[in-house]
Write a protein that binds this ligand. Structure first.
Ligand SMILES: *[C@@H]1O[C@H](CO)[C@@H](O)[C@H](O)[C@H]1NC(C)=O
Ligand SMILES: *[C@@H]1O[C@H](CO)[C@@H](O)[C@H](O)[C@H]1NC(C)=O
Ligand SMILES: *[C@@H]1O[C@H](CO)[C@@H](O)[C@H](O)[C@H]1NC(C)=O
Ligand SMILES: *[C@@H]1O[C@H](CO)[C@@H](O)[C@H](O)[C@H]1NC(C)=O
Ligand SMILES: *[C@@H]1O[C@H](CO)[C@@H](O)[C@H](O)[C@H]1NC(C)=O
Ligand SMILES: *[C@@H]1O[C@H](CO)[C@@H](O)[C@H](O)[C@H]1NC(C)=O
Ligand SMILES: *[C@@H]1O[C@H](CO)[C@@H](O)[C@H](O)[C@H]1NC(C)=O
Ligand SMILES: *[C@@H]1O[C@H](CO)[C@@H](O)[C@H](O)[C@H]1NC(C)=O
Ligand SMILES: CC(=O)N[C@H]1CO[C@H](CO)[C@@H](O)[C@@H]1O
Length: 862
């Protein structure tokens, strides 16, 4: 468009008067005729080109004896292979497609739509017919496909439609509607295929900074379509051509089933889904196609002291890679296809990711686990996998859940509950939580029944290391009887779950779980000689006690020590300091980029022999999965140390994409083909404990632990559809939403309801101040003092500044009911206000532009 107008703007006044008319004429020509026209028909070549009004996406359709999209230009980059995008069906081993050798379809073109009808392909006695309706919009092109099956048909495969991209490097990856990701670099061999039950994908290219978002929605009002499914493959090379990357979408009435076991990934073939019956009649899908500026679409804010590009990339690749499919969310990844239900950090990953699709899928996954992984006695089966190779004999169920061959890994009990509560923190969905109540109680009671005396400490199923069985995440370390790892995670789950019981109104249960947690905390911290886990001589926690009284894992096992600090069961500042400083000294000595499981070896009878000699695998290698625990432990003690290790991980990511299971201790090079998504947990820790972003069911809590290099970091974050801007500085942090900025001593919380913004002092669940500015009035509230304690009589003090003149409505809550308060303002006013029987006061004040007003609200003395 600019190229048409620029010459005109240089002409005389007379030409200017003509401009409006000319613009209409030229605009008309441009739209209907020019090569950049929104819909441009080149009848000589049998092609029609459609371009969105912003000119970011352009599709070229070829229709002569075919119906195929042969070019897709995404922000100037052509991404399709010569075979393009088309639709089709596979019957037996024969493909019938719209790509070639069909009757030329009928066309109907308007200024912004194109209808292509009478597209027919298929076996001669059962032709499938389609109509494609394209609509060109400002920022997208929509493509509706109405397909009619003449009869019920058993199909081996379907392209509804399928897209062939130029090569395996056309896209860095594709963010899926499951919250997961397809990564072409993990489909490195011909025929490698990955598929999911979702019809939404945003392909992106990091270098080109472009993205193509394809979102398919079944049109259920028309016919039978209900499910969308996606499959991605590395095509074998044809001759000297480069291998194409294909995206094959399916629309069906019934949900497609995997053809081989529960596989969503195939290493050497593409027929991922089982044949299915397409019902006679119509099925329709609406596909929205958008070309995006990738960095803008996934803008996380302005980063200081860290590379925001790497943070975005690590979250979009490593973190998402743990999602296997709809209802299957984990942190190992879809290549090896394991989910460890004995990992507590999926909802924490969600809270760093900021993707409502991931959140929704995790909620469904936890329901699926509730229904198929929890046994009647409350036992939470520890793992899921596509096959039973890793299962303890007889435990693999038809949904894919099982006990690990290494032993009963009991951390699945608390970790399931932890994920449920933290998912509730993100969604705030009390109804969903209520559906989990009975299952979570059952999972906790399973461990509670295993309490030793009245200590609060519970035991695992083995009594002695000599039984040679694992009992937690470190599955080939023979931790037995009283296991500090399991007990620390139980403590965490109990305190979280007590909070959830309160949200559900069951205060009695909440109190009993808190009482158990308190008992456990006390015993946990006792010296080892008295049955606790604290080793006073070495100033660290040990890993376990065998039943015979012997103590094991006194090798500064980092897992237990970081867990104890980060879940708060160790809250003694002296102990924290001793542990962290000792570990840091060892890190420095060895020059390690990240924490190993242990600095020196476990004893021979404490681990599987495959862990020997030290350092090897779970005996001394570096696993990134527990990064969030370590980051939190450090953030509480020394934020700059936490930051140092976040930097190291980001540097690694830039070097090797973190594509390994663990790092070998000696050379610190990557090893292991189980490419763990848990690697993202350092960034999860960065968001949660350094930036301090912590969703809560009724607010966004901000509790940062910053070091000065991070000053000026500005994060964009969305929670339950509400957008927040978070400005971080060691001098004071603030949150802005709905034109209101609240700066307050941390931690504090913010939420929005009834067009007003609420401020929650401290980490309390109740708001203290609610403000509603005039329309479009920007308002800054700086809280200087606000005690969240109801009984407190200390004054509440704050300063408000408006950018424009207008009336601000206020409500203060959490006051002593039926009491008289005095509001002093720096404008020399003094107002008496009565707190009603719910302890609330309402008042309005007119603020003048840019003149700050300080307020003080004090309980009046009689
Ligand atoms: C995409 O490529 C595959 C493999 O080369 C081919 O079989 C298929 O027909 C192509 N799809 C389209 C729409 O042309
Ligand atoms: C759908 O994808 C498969 C590869 O997974 C490919 O063989 C087939 O040709 C595709 N269908 C079409 C019409 O492109
Ligand atoms: C890919 O799969 C096809 C069909 O199963 C097979 O014929 C072909 O040999 C495979 N190619 C490679 C390189 O594995
Ligand atoms: C965060 O979520 C919101 C709402 O879904 C979305 O608009 C935004 O693009 C997301 N940001 C990132 C970085 O994904
Ligand atoms: C399960 O998945 C793994 C990894 O993708 C694969 O190697 C294995 O063959 C699958 N198992 C079966 C029985 O298909
Ligand atoms: C995560 O890091 C491990 C090293 O602990 C590495 O082996 C693995 O490939 C990484 N996973 C991903 C998805 O990058
Ligand atoms: C960070 O900002 C605070 C004020 O917000 C200031 O006191 C401190 O000196 C700053 N630090 C650096 C390194 O700029
Ligand atoms: C915020 O203020 C701007 C003008 O400064 C206005 O356009 C916008 O509508 C306001 N937003 C809200 C939520 O009031
Ligand atoms: C750094 C450190 O304390 N390492 C410990 C690791 O384990 C051995 C025992 O196997 C201890 O002696 C070390 O102190």
């Amino acid at each position: 468009m600019p190229s048409v107008f620029i010459p005109l703007s240089n002409t005389t006044t007379a030409a200017f008067i003509l401009l409006p008319t000319l613009a209409v004429v030229l605009g008309f020509l441009w739209r209907r005729r020019g090569p950049e026209a929104i819909i441009y028909h080149d009848a000589t070549k049998d092609t029609i080109t459609l371009t969105d009004r912003r000119g970011h996406l352009s599709l070229r359709l070829r229709y002569g004896q075919s119906c195929v999209i042969e070019q897709a230009v995404v922000r100037g980059r052509q991404v399709l292979a010569a075979t393009g995008a088309a639709s089709g069906i596979k019957v037996g081993d024969r493909w019938y497609t719209s790509r070639a050798a069909i009757h030329t379809p009928r066309l109907l073109i308007t200024s912004s739509t194109l209808a292509v009808s009478e597209i027919a392909f298929g076996p001669p006695n059962a032709l499938v017919t389609e109509t494609w309706l394209f609509k060109v919009e400002k920022d997208r092109i929509t493509w509706r496909i109405d397909r009619t099956y003449p009869q019920d048909m058993v199909l081996d495969d379907v392209a509804f439609p399928s897209w062939n991209f130029t090569s395996m490097t056309t896209w860095t990856g594709g963010i899926l509607g499951t919250g997961g990701v397809v990564l072409p670099k993990y489909l490195e061999n011909p025929n490698m295929t990955y598929g999911v039950h979702s019809g939404a994908v945003t392909f992106w290219n990091r270098l080109a900074n472009d993205a193509l978002r394809i979102v398919s929605t079944p049109v259920s009002s028309r016919g039978q379509a209900r499910h969308c499914t996606s499959r991605f493959s590395h095509q074998p090379q044809l001759g000297n051509a480069v291998s194409e990357f294909t995206y094959n979408a399916t629309v069906s009435h019934d949900e497609l089933q995997p053809k081989y076991n529960l596989n969503r990934f195939l290493g050497d073939r593409q027929d991922l889904w089982a044949p299915f019956t397409a019902r006679a009649g119509e099925q329709s899908v609406e596909i929205s196609l958008q070309a995006l500026d990738y960095k803008k679409a996934y803008n996380r804010g302005t980063f200081k002291g860290l590379d925001g590009g790497s943070i975005r990339e690590l979250l979009n690749t490593v973190a998402r890679y743990g999602v296997i499919d709809a209802k299957l969310v984990g942190a190992n990844g879809w290549r090896t296809g394991y989910i460890c239900l004995h990992e507590p950090f999926f909802a924490q990953i969600a809270s760093a990711l900021n993707d409502s699709n991931y959140d929704a899928n995790l909620a469904k996954c936890l329901d699926y686990e509730r229904d198929h992984a929890i046994e009647s006695d409350g036992r939470v089966l520890a793992r899921w996998k596509n096959d039973s190779v890793d299962a303890m004999a007889g435990t693999y169920n038809r949904y894919g859940f099982y006990e690990a061959q290494w032993g009963f890994l009991l951390d699945s009990q608390p970790d399931y509950v932890t994920n449920v509560v933290q998912q509730f923190y993100i969604s705030g969905d009390v109804k969903w939580l209520a559906g989990q109540k009975e299952a979570c109680e059952r999972a906790l009671e399973y461990l509670i029944r295993r309490e030793v005396d009245d200590s609060g400490i519970v035991t695992v199923l083995t009594d002695s290391r000599l039984q040679g069985k694992g009992s937690d995440w470190y599955d080939i370390v023979w931790a037995s009887y009283k296991n500090a790892w399991v007990n620390a995670h139980l403590y965490n789950a109990l305190t979280l779950w007590a909070d959830a019981e309160e949200a559900l109104g069951d205060n009695a249960k909440a109190a009993s779980y808190r009482a158990f947690a308190a008992r456990l905390k006390e015993s946990f911290n006792l010296p080892i000689q008295q049955g606790g886990f604290w080793d006073e001589k070495n100033r660290m926690y040990v890993y376990w006690h065998d039943k015979d009284g012997s103590v094991h894992g006194d090798n500064t096992f980092t897992g237990v020590n970081f867990a104890a600090i980060s879940v708060g069961i160790c809250d003694d500042a002296g102990r924290r300091k001793a542990i962290i400083e000792r570990i840091e000294a060892d890190m420095e000595k060895e020059g390690l980029f990240y924490w190993p499981s242990n600095f020196t070896t476990f004893a021979d009878d404490e681990v599987a022999s495959s862990n020997l000699p030290f350092p090897k695998y779970e005996n001394g290698d570096i696993f990134l999965s527990w990064g969030a625990l370590a980051i939190r432990a450090h953030a509480l003690h020394k934020p700059e140390l936490a930051l140092k290790y976040v930097r190291n991980v980001l540097k690694r990511y830039d070097e090797d994409g973190l594509s390994f299971q663990r790092y070998e201790r000696e050379k610190q090079n990557g090893a292991g083909d189980d490419i763990l998504a848990g690697n993202c947990t350092a960034i999860v820790g960065l968001y949660r404990d350094i930036y301090g972003i912590q969703p809560r069911p009724n607010r966004l809590l901000l509790d940062p632990h910053l070091s000065p290099e991070l000053n000026g970091t500005q994060l964009l974050y969305t929670l339950r559809g509400q957008e927040y801007q978070i400005d971080l500085s060691t001098g004071g942090s603030s949150i802005t939403t709905e034109n209101v900025t609240v700066e307050a001593p941390c931690p504090f919380g913010i939420s929005v309801s009834d067009a007003a913004v609420q401020y929650f002092p401290g980490d309390g669940k109740e708001w203290g101040l609610s403000v509603r500015p005039a329309n479009s009035q920007e308002l800054n509230i700086q809280v200087e003092a606000w005690e969240s304690n109801l009984a407190s009589v200390s004054p509440r003090r704050w300063t408000e500044t408006a950018m424009a003149t207008g009336k601000v409505a206020h409500e203060v809550a959490g006051l002593q009911p039926n009491s008289l308060y005095t509001l002093y303002s720096s404008r020399d006013t003094k107002t008496s206000l009565w707190a009603d029987d719910s302890g609330r006061i309402q008042f309005s004040s007119l603020l003048n532009a840019k003149s700050p007003v300080s307020c003080e609200l004090v309980l009046a003395k009689y």
